[in-house]
Design a binder for this molecule. Structure first.
Ligand code: COA
Length: 258
């Protein structure tokens, strides 16, 4: 895959996506969002890719937000469309992807950058990472799902403090607040994400996709997450992976999920 603003790579069962605009601290412009959609779709469609890791290039930033230079002059209609399209093709898209996505936060994750990391299924940060939703300092609000996903991850009070203060928190605070799962030195960031991805990739992709669907259902308006969990639990019983997984357990061997 050849892109202008992102790099992709495959190693074993893992797909890597790196946002590559380091001179702009990897800010998300329209082109980058479109390229990310194509890359995520392509890895998700590839049955040999079991986990996707997304990170930013350089040592300074994961993503420093939506590209402010691109939307500074937008009208109400253009602003609305920016958020709607971005949520549809990237942020909601990642959250609902069947393939697990780990965000490796290697530096600033601000605004759309933190929203991108929050759309991933979980997050790992390096010690230098700083996270925040600074939009209200620009007279706008988070538009890529930040007002929804941040309260889900850290609770309403902390989320509102972060959104209203527009201030950044450290990686360690983010871990204490439940926003990231682990904090490691920058050199250890990708190795740890790969270790976690390797562990995930040994399990049933079919069951993982069903679990993602069931977990997400709890956060979708008008959808009863418990009902979806029951439905997806039942669906698992008809899959080859379920047969293999349970048989392997009973035969005291490692399952071989195709
Ligand atoms: N959109 C567009 N360009 C951005 C950007 C963004 N969100 N964030 C950083 N950049 C650009 C800067 O304009 C600068 O470009 P230039 O060299 O052509 O002038 C370059 O990236 C480096 O950023 P700079 O501000 O010089 O780095 P810094 O180390 O002094 O500060 C930040 C780092 C992250 C604190 C600062 O860049 C910042 O506040 N960025 C905006 C964060 C934000 O509000 N995001 C939410 C957007 S809705």
């Amino acid at each position: 895959m050849n892109f202008e603003n992102i790099l992709t790579d495959k190693k074993g069962l893992i797909g890597f996506i790196t946002i590559n605009r380091p001179t702009k601290l990897n800010a998300l412009n329209k082109k980058t969002i479109e390229e990310l959609h194509i890359a995520f779709k392509s890895f998700n469609d590839n049955r040999k890719i079991k986990v996707i890791i997304i990170t930013g290039s350089g040592e300074k930033a994961f993503v420093a937000g939506a590209d402010i230079s691109e939307f500074a002059n937008f009208s109400i209609e253009e602003g609305t469309e920016l958020a709607r399209k971005g949520q549809e093709i990237l942020f909601d898209y990642i959250q609902n992807l069947e393939t697990p996505v780990i965000a490796a936060i290697n530096g600033f994750a601000l605004g759309g950058g933190l929203e991108l990391a929050m759309a991933a299924h979980f997050r790992v940060a390096s010690t230098n990472a700083k996270m925040g939703l600074p939009e209200v300092s620009l007279g706008v609000i988070p538009g890529y799902g930040g007002t929804q996903r941040l309260p889900q991850l850290v609770g309403k009070g902390k989320a509102l403090e972060m959104i209203m203060s527009a201030s950044m928190i450290s990686a360690e605070e983010a871990k204490n607040w439940g926003l990231v799962n682990y904090v490691v030195e920058q050199l250890e960031l990708l190795p740890l994400c790969i270790k976690l991805a390797d562990k995930i990739s040994k399990n049933s992709s079919v069951a993982i996709a069903a679990a993602i669907k069931a977990v997400n259902a709890n956060y979708t308006n008008c959808v009863n997450g418990y009902a979806v969990e029951i439905e997806q639990f039942g669906v698992s019983f008809g899959t080859d992976d379920f047969a293999e997984g349970t048989t392997a357990f009973l035969e005291k061997r490692t399952p071989n999920f195709e």
